[in-house]
Design a protein around this ligand. Structure first.
Ligand code: URA
Length: 267
């Protein structure tokens, strides 16, 4: 049987010392009773809580891929309902599950959920240069030098720091409005919408179809969740394409997201 402090450390990705401190601080309950016993034997029939939140004994290192549907918030706050986290299947649910970066309520596409803070950092910190690709439908007319401005590092009117250099590809368009693909290595709040606005347009549709080297898998329909394979995880974090003997083949097109036979097909 696993001692309580080790169970907590394993589930929370804490050190044993951190787990013991939480027990010592009387923040841990077993079956509704506070305990100060580090070695209380843990068995899966026991309900363990820390600060009132149940510590589920789900899959330990599950990294969950999700195709975020339109209309749900990447938030745990009830006031933001409907919530993405309410759609997570019970087998993958965990009270500490977080998305690596957020997508707006009206944005669709690939999201990674995990309890692993280091992985979230790796996928979201601008220093790690993990790229995210967005397919955009916009209204209005973008500046003639939009692509060059984005490549240099776009200056947003409401931000003192220029954006990191990024890649913008525009579909040739005769009239107003159009489609674009923007690839960014950072994730400021509403960044894509703010960048397109700074360039003279207005985003009317936004879909993320790639994080790092991982494209939205074709089996993930809007609203679907599933654990990432080791090979998909390797693509996410930019490791070689062959991991643990699994060869990774890029998902064939069109995928479960918006069909994309061409590079600039819109969301
Ligand atoms: N940028 C945005 O403006 N919205 C998103 O949902 C993601 C990136």
């Amino acid at each position: 049987m696993e001692p309580l402090d080790r169970f907590i450390a394993r589930r929370r990705k804490w050190t044993w010392a951190e787990a013991r401190l939480a027990i010592h601080q009387r923040r841990v309950q077993v079956d509704g009773l506070r305990t100060n016993r580090y070695h209380h034997p843990y068995t899966p029939d026991l309900v363990v809580t820390i600060d009132g939140a149940i510590l589920a004994d789900g899959p330990d290192d599950a990294v969950v891929l999700c195709h975020k549907p339109r209309g749900v918030a990447c938030s745990h706050q009830r006031s933001h309902e409907p919530l993405l986290y309410d759609l997570v299947p019970p087998a993958l649910a965990h009270p500490d599950l977080q998305s690596a970066g957020r997508l707006d309520r009206d944005t669709t596409g690939l999201l990674v959920l995990t309890i692993d803070g280091a992985l979230i950092q790796r996928l979201t910190s601008p220093r790690q240069r993990c790229s995210k690709r967005y397919r955009i439908t916009y209204a209005g007319v973008l500046a003639r030098d939009a692509v060059a401005q984005v490549a240099r590092g776009l200056v947003l009117p409401d931000d003192s720091q220029p954006c990191l250099p990024a890649e913008l590809a525009l579909a040739p368009t005769a009239a107003q409005g159009g489609r674009a693909i923007l690839t960014l290595c950072e994730g400021r709040t509403h960044q894509v919408k703010r960048m397109i606005r700074a360039l003279g347009g207005d985003v009317v549709g936004l879909h993320r179809d790639r994080i790092g080297g991982l494209e939205l898998p074709m089996d993930l329909a809007p609203g679907a969740f599933r654990p990432a394979s080791a090979a998909e995880l390797a693509l996410l974090i930019g490791m070689p394409r062959e991991v643990a003997g699994q060869a990774v083949t890029p998902a064939p097109r069109p995928h479960a997201g918006p069909p994309s036979p061409g590079p600039l097909d819109a969301p």
